[in-house]
Design a protein around this ligand. Structure first.
Ligand code: NAD
Length: 372
């Protein structure tokens, strides 16, 4: 049996702390489920800068390109805030995303029943919520040219400057992210809602037509609907349960995925994946990471919630290795532990209680896996 190759990049702050708990989960699956992982570890972000003067060395980049999946903790921290832009910790992350061409960003918004009261919305609106936002990550208005701030000699323009960004999408860019969304939908409830602003943007008209084209020619079995992104934002907070997979562009996806994240409560609970094109072995280039940052305010205090990183590993099981049943088991173990009232400090409600440490949370999740 070929081992699943995984490169772990713990990074900075709480990154190494939460990653230590993922290691326990990996060890459990190796010992109990006959899976074999070829795990290597390297530096990224501030940790790489301290050791090598760069947030990501060429050697680490090459290792990332060679493995099935990269699992990243978090990067950054106050010690690096004043570094030159070119060597800031975030540059390591951006280089990974760019050189691996990770064009589809997956942000699940899943509400565990035990945490439904953490949402800013009513329990009945969010309980059992399970949606997946697929955001195009490598094109659109964040990358299009021309861009910049220029002088403007129009005498009617008080201040005399103009700021320019360009929303630009090729049909190929739209089709490949649409395919990713349809493939994912087939592994879930087979429903995709595509969001754009075709009423006011030509790039939105192209988006709608190309997503429809991919659907009609390649995925007629999946249900496809279209929605204007502003209505989508309203529907997300009004009746989020109506969605399964949402596919949208870089800008709208940035905003909608953050709004959806808050439906579920704590930052310490949110995983993500960024996928590229499938390689020869059928596995997509892939990087998995919790949504949260390096949380310098709690680093080194055993307060970090490792669940976001553990759920990111569950996404790797599902999307890189097609181990859907193992991913389900891991997610269920998290749910079980939460239902038992076990909480890290970030999940303490107004009723209080005694929070457990990062390491205890990892142990409890492994114990729940074993007991299932
Ligand atoms: P942050 O996500 O690190 O923290 C925001 C708040 O949430 C903090 O109060 C923190 O204690 C809390 N928090 C975050 N993750 C948690 C967890 N797992 N368990 C419990 N509490 C948690 O965001 P920030 O404070 O804005 O940024 C801190 C540093 O992280 C900065 O250097 C920033 O650039 C970097 N950052 C990195 C990433 C990334 O690596 N992907 C993402 C966001 C921010």
């Amino acid at each position: 049996m070929t081992a699943y190759s995984l490169l772990i990049l713990p990074g900075d702050g709480i990154g190494p702390e939460v990653m230590a708990e993922v290691r326990k989960v990996i060890d459990w699956f190796q010992a109990n489920r006959g899976m074999q992982f070829d795990v290597s570890e390297d530096l990224v972000g501030g940790a790489a800068y301290d050791a090598h003067g760069t947030p990501l060395t060429d050697a680490t980049m090459a290792r990332a390109q060679a493995v099935d999946a990269v699992l990243l903790g978090a990067v950054g921290g106050p010690a690096y805030d004043n570094l030159d832009f070119s060597v800031k910790p975030e540059r390591g992350l951006l280089r990974l995303r760019k050189e691996m061409d990770l064009f589809a960003n997956l942000r699940p918004a899943q509400c565990f029943d035990a945490l439904a009261d953490f949402s800013s919305l009513k329990r009945e609106v969010v309980a059992g919520l399970d949606i997946l936002i697929v955001r195009e990550l490598t094109s659109g208005v964040y990358f299009g040219t021309p861009r910049g701030i220029q002088a403007d000699d129009n005498p009617d323009n008080e201040g005399g400057r103009v700021g320019i960004n360009t929303q630009r999408y090729t049909s190929g860019e739209i089709r490949r992210v649409a395919r990713a969304a349809f493939e994912l939908a087939r592994k879930r409830s087979s429903r995709v809602c595509s969001m754009e602003k075709a009423n006011v943007m030509e790039s939105g008209i192209l988006w709608r037509e190309e997503v429809q084209w991919v659907h009609d020619h390649e995925y007629p079995d999946v249900e496809l609907t279209h929605m204007y992104a502003d209505n989508g934002a309203m529907q997300l907070v009004r009746r989020p349960q109506q969605f399964d997979v949402i596919v949208t562009d870089n800008l709208f996806g940035d905003i909608l995925s953050d709004a959806a994240a808050m439906l579920t409560g704590s930052l310490g609970m949110l995983p993500s994946a960024s996928l590229g094109a499938p390689a020869a072995n059928g596995r997509p280039k892939a990087m998995y990471e919790p949504v949260h940052g390096s949380a310098p305010d709690i680093a080194g205090k055993a307060l970090a919630n490792p669940i976001a990183c553990i759920l990111s590993f569950a996404m790797a099981l599902r999307y890189s290795w097609n181990e859907g049943a193992a991913a389900d088991d891991l997610e269920r173990a998290v749910e079980t532990v939460l239902a038992q009232g076990v909480r890290t400090a970030d999940l303490m409600g107004p009723e209080g209680g005694t929070p457990i440490t990062t390491s205890e949370m990892g142990d409890r999740i492994v114990a729940a896996l074993a007991a299932a």
